[in-house]
Design a protein around this ligand. Structure first.
Ligand code: ARG
Length: 466
């Protein structure tokens, strides 16, 4: 009761012990930045080794520090470490425990360093590791697509524009479109890794330090290509996190488009694919239903990933150089986006691998809607030498006639076709069937099975090196 009194009646609310508790709650990041414990300890060990080698601390103190940090690592991994909100963040939690374990030598670890460069290096290491995880996951997804593409290089399906059947394509070709998209995502990950491969450690608070540190040594020890060149930039830059969120948002958008297609394809109306039981659920009330929940969640979670990108861009946009506590808000965005993207990639890879493709339904739909009309027009141009515009007009009349007779273009008789243009010969039927239409599109990047197989070979060779 007296505690309640001590807190301000107007704004104290649930914070029983007054302003100090509110400050602690808004200030602390340990509830989420504990995720950085391994990177934090790794960074500290590298820093202490450098301090010893440059003679800034003694070898004996360094040994104690390393030993203590490794003990802490083991404690955290065993779940016996006690995290404290009072100690604010992972950096101070580790350092306080180090003092418990090794005494005054612990106080030497923070020489020529600040939490500003410390947190920057920790998060960079974490994001870099995550980028490698995403790259592996993307390769797995691409591999799943390549297998489906190979299997269905000649399976015809309708290609759509405006959600309307436009021209027949092959399912393999459609799969390879996603290979291109995810391969671009993979190259974005590689680019981002390349740019974030610089160490901010040793920038200290913002201005560098008067101690004779060796930033090249710590950069190398932590697996970075080189140290960042400007100490102000080192502590204030979060581009690496933004780039990660950017590539994650683009990749999530690709996954969402795929999810949307799978949702449409698996409706009874389309029936192009059937999801495996592992990636769908039944309805609790309607026994006939099989819902594409995993695909819907991938589509839904995309909003969350994109939200994190917008969130961090908004945090950073008003930040004067160099560090401000606002930047502590970078972590939850990055962690949640990473966890979400990993899950989305795993779910889509599983779905692509497991789903059953209904080739008969695809083929039937491919032939519907006069999808070979362009083939007829092209034939008129190629065989009769007509200008394309005229061929387009004649084809329009053929479609109208077929509509009248309620048949497909390839079911019109030769007389029917000749009633529209006398020059049309029986050879035209060779392009009116969907299979032939698809086979004829051999232009580079086209949908002909021969071309699709070329694309598959290209990516199989490349993926090994990607
Ligand atoms: N927890 C802080 C963060 O994540 C660490 C850096 C604190 N630096 C400072 N000058 N208060 O940003």
């Amino acid at each position: 009761m007296s505690d309640k009194k001590a807190s301000n009646q107007m704004w104290g609310g649930r914070f029983a012990s007054g302003p100090a508790a509110i400050m602690e709650a808004i200030n602390a990041s340990i509830s989420f930045d504990r995720k950085l414990y391994a990177q934090d300890i790794r960074g500290s060990i590298a820093h202490s080794e450098m301090l010893a080698q440059t003679g800034i601390i003694s070898a004996a103190d360094q040994e104690k520090i390393s030993h203590g940090l490794n003990t802490i690592l083991a404690e955290i991994e065993a779940g016996t470490f006690e995290f404290s909100t009072r100690l604010e963040d992972i950096h101070m939690n580790v350092e306080a425990r180090l003092a418990d374990l090794i005494g005054p030598a612990a106080g030497r670890l923070h020489t020529a360093r600040s939490r500003n460069d410390q947190v920057a290096v920790d998060l960079r290491l974490w994001v870099k590791d995550e980028c490698f995880r995403v790259a592996e996951a993307l390769k797995g997804l691409i591999t799943a697509f390549l297998a489906r593409a190979e299997e269905h290089a000649a399976t015809v399906m309708p290609g759509f524009t405006h959600m309307q059947a436009a021209q027949p394509v092959t399912f393999g070709h459609h799969c390879m479109a996603y290979v291109e998209m995810f391969a671009r995502d993979l190259s974005r990950v590689r680019d981002a890794i390349e740019r974030m491969d610089e160490s901010p450690l040793g920038a200290a608070a913002l201005a560098g330090t008067s101690f004779p540190i060796d930033r090249h040594q710590t950069a190398t020890a932590l697996g970075f290509r080189e140290p960042m060149r400007n100490s102000l930039d080192s502590v204030s830059d979060r581009d690496f996190a933004l780039e990660f969120l950017g590539l994650a948002a683009i990749c999530a958008t690709h996954l969402s488009r795929l999810a949307e297609e799978i949702i449409i394809w698996s409706t009874p109306q389309f029936g192009f694919v059937r999801l495996s039981d592992s990636f769908s659920t039944g309805s609790s009330i309607m026994p006939q239903k099989k819902n594409p929940d995993a695909a819907e969640l991938v589509r839904g979670k995309t909003g969350r990933v994109t939200g994190h990108l917008v969130g961090l861009l908004t945090v950073m946009k008003g930040m004067p150089l160099t560090y401000g506590k606002d930047m502590q808000e970078d972590k939850e965005s990055v962690f949640d986006a990473a966890e979400t993207l990993d899950l989305m990639l795993a779910a889509m890879t599983g779905m692509m691998r497991d789903m059953t493709v209904n080739t008969a339904a695809m083929k039937k739909a491919a032939g519907a809607g006069y999808s070979t009309a362009t083939d007829l027009a092209d034939w008129l141009v190629r065989t009769l030498g007509l200008p394309f515009r005229e061929a387009h007009h004649i084809t329009g009349r053929a479609v109208a006639l077929a509509e009248d007779k309620k048949v497909g273009l390839d079911r019109l008789s030769l007389q029917d076709l000749q009633s529209i243009h006398l020059g049309i010969s029986a050879d035209v039927f060779s392009v009116l069937a969907v299979q032939n239409s698809v086979k004829s599109r051999t232009s580079f990047g086209g949908t002909a099975p021969s071309e699709v197989r070329k694309q598959i070979r290209y990516w199989k060779k490349r993926l090994d090196k990607a």
